[in-house]
Design a protein around this ligand. Sequence first.
Ligand code: AKB
Length: 315
Amino acid sequence: MSKTILIIGACGQIGTELTHALRKKFGSEKVVASDIREGNDALMNSGPFEILDATDYDAMEEIVAYWEIDEVYLMAAMLSATAEKFPMRAWNLNMNSLFNVLNLAKERKIEKVFWPSSIAVFGPHTPKTNTAQQTIMEPSTVYGISKQSGERWCEYYHEKFGVDVRSLRYPGLISWKTMPGGGTTDYAVEIYHEAITNGTYSCFLNADTSLPMMYMDDAIRATLLLMESDAANLKIRSSYNLAAMSFTPTEIAASIQKKIPNFEIDYTIDFRQAIADSWPNSIDDTNAQEDWGWKAEFDLEKTTNEMLNNLRATL
Ligand code: AKB
């Protein structure tokens, strides 16, 4: 019998695309989407949906039992910029949702878990360039502290209780289908929207802030690849470094100007600059390449083409 999957936080930036990808792969009826509120029409009409508060263990347990769920993808989280404004709410959501899922797996009510970590686990003392899998971390943001703690708990539940939990440290993710919400890397999505609708963009990060980024198709492919990999090959049970490209606001603006020559960028720096300054410029994902064959396909030029072509057709 084929497995049944529950996605928690299915209406967010990653959750929406992951839900469609998993439904395409395993069949709509095999993938139950859930979130604290309903998503867009395309998501709601594509298969089963449940309202679920990820911090409510009993509600989660009930949905898992009702749908006979085997695998959970926990995508609900409060991202870096919003988490700085609401530290306790971020800690509550990011940690309790993870404990709920890990405890369901510990009780053998589900078999496998995917949980997203982030480049935010690194901090101001981390070596910035080609940041290694294992290095100084010391995150200095609320979100980063929750992701770092989450990684420790994932590894602990794997070691102590044999929980099959798998995780990726996502860089900033770029997609034309769904907007991000509350992150520091959100500028790299907003800029394409504004380039098409207004021809200008006012960026909240410095011109020369280099951050690791990835096109959403690569992120979804990495997620499915990791989840399909033979458990015996997975040497890292905290979370894998994952990389595709790094660029600055100046560089993304230049790549847009190749397609929209009149596009202009200016800068109105805010509190998110300090968050970005605490993160790496680029990531070494050798472990992901060696353990489960990871290789990114989208660079900045390809990403810009996809974003502008698809947004032109939809906006
Ligand atoms: C954020 O900016 O908070 C996220 C992330 C890098 O995890 N996109």
